[in-house]
Design a binder for this molecule. Sequence first.
Ligand SMILES: Cc1cc2nc3c(=O)[nH]c(=O)nc-3n(C[C@H](O)[C@H](O)[C@H](O)COP(=O)(O)OP(=O)(O)OC[C@H]3O[C@@H](n4cnc5c(N)ncnc54)[C@H](O)[C@@H]3O)c2cc1C
Length: 577
Amino acid sequence: MILDASNFPDGHQLSAHICIVGAGAAGISLALALEDAGLDVLLLESGGLKAEHETQDLYQGTVSDEHLHSLPDRYRQRRFGGSTTIWGGRCVPFDPIDFEARPWIPHSGWPIAYGDLLPYYGKANELCEAGSFAYTVGKAFEAEPRAMIVGFKSPHFSTDTLERFSCPTDFGRRYGAYLRASTRVTVLLHANVTALSLNNAGSALNGATVSTLNGRTMTVRADQFVLAAGGLEVARLLLSNRDVHSNGIGNNSDLVGRYYMCHMAGTIGAIKLNQPNKVHHGYDVDMNGVYCRRRFALSSATQRQHRIGNFVARLHHPRITDPAHRTGLLSLLYLAKGIIPYEYGKRLHGEEHLSAQAILLHLRNVICDPFGTALFLIHWLRYRTLAKRKFPSIIIKPRAGLYSLDFHAEQEPNPNSRVRLGTLRDALGIQQLDIDWRYTEGDVLTVKRALALLSDDLRCSEVGSFEYDIDSVELEMTRYGAYGGHHLGTARMGSDPRNSVVDSNCRMHGIDNLFIASSAVFPTSSQANPTLTIVALALRLADHLKAVANRRQYVSAANPERAPRNEKASPVPESIT
Ligand SMILES: Cc1cc2nc3c(=O)[nH]c(=O)nc-3n(C[C@H](O)[C@H](O)[C@H](O)COP(=O)(O)OP(=O)(O)OC[C@H]3O[C@@H](n4cnc5c(N)ncnc54)[C@H](O)[C@@H]3O)c2cc1C
């Protein structure tokens, strides 16, 4: 069922076998996976069913350099469904090399291997509605689709791996009805977890405090707690609870909030392909109607040989802001940037102010290319605006085979890149986050080497050329700052409590019943977008929690009540319909 905490009486007490904090991709996937386990699950969500300013403002905070990292209330959503209410839906699994301890990448290495997550990736793909777990051309398509660039041969890059696209699925909207009908899972909206109470020894969580913006306070008791509040907010919750552990929960080794990673992303250079009609940079559709796309993926052998991180790149349209592309639609997008949401228009919004002359040139492009623009708008309306499964992005066949390169690279873990508690407090009295995101020379090296290899490979296979200014690589990597919506590493996974926060089961070291389901636990970032792996990890955690519950025999015939078990005899409001 779905209830609203703001309708509960002040002082109410709730209990469940498992309490999950946060109903985004991680929290909802976990709750769904526990639904049939005979356990009472309480899913506490700060937001409501829709976006609300007052709740979103609880995400406000500060950043050391706004040029390098967006303010923390951008690129995340505090509402049922979390940031999947606005995500792009690109699904990519991690590669086996991402889990390895790589001597050339300091602090790399997971305590689990690719094989430990593999059994969960299929179901994760299903929950994301990204079709089957088939991430190579050979597996995804019965007939071989068009080559990305006919004649391109490379010892360093594969063009046979895929990214697949979710609808994009808003987890709240998609699974809300199912959770509403559940007799085992109770979703509590407008339930902000504001405190976590440890026992005196600091070895177990006794309970959590829930506060609402209309002034109610409640307490929650549970056998197991899972923080699924997103990669930044998990750190905030741990750091802001200091009554037993003076540095914050699980922070004896001063690791919570450190190693904060996003991805290194940018658009660079000019790719000129000799035979434009032998290039396919758009989407293919698999037998389930799922959009898939090839890209240049750096092989693990090359990563080892060149001692660099993971890297992928895609053919991309020329820089929109420069009217020299002479494409009506791109100019129209530039001129309409005011109505594009910040998260998707940042590359336009962030651009330096254009001269009146440049604006006139954009207008000329639109006027001179009416058919191209109109055709695109019709396609967009039909396959994006009105479609349930949305066409993932703007694909334009550029004039004269001229493209730019869009890259997405691994950022290495760095203890000095971190989030901390700031001095300001939110409306519920919790200290806001202050974000100090940093990148390293190793990050720049990964991108520089990968670009150089790709340029050589395009030239050597005689399909075209890739020209870029080697001195501008670092500028282009950071032109729009850290990749916005990927918040990783703030409570890293490892086997040694001296250099990690959670163990291989995502349990906080030294705290018996506190787990984390989030990209906060990623020790390294891969080239892959995080959500598929967040969901796979949440499903793996569900199996672990079920095993713990069976071992400890929570599910006893003597206690067949449904969640939330009401310890105080106060009326519980009716389920939201
Ligand atoms: C514009 C954009 C595009 C993106 N595109 C992609 C993409 O293409 N592919 C991809 O893999 N990823 C993408 N992402 C990232 C993706 O959205 C996140 O990885 C994913 O949503 C994280 O899920 P989560 O459940 O860990 O956290 P969230 O989605 O952040 O959910 C956390 C939930 O916890 C709740 N919460 C927070 N604090 C509290 C509290 N104190 N008490 C109770 N509840 C709380 C929040 O309200 C929220 O509902 C994108 C993100 C953005 C912003």
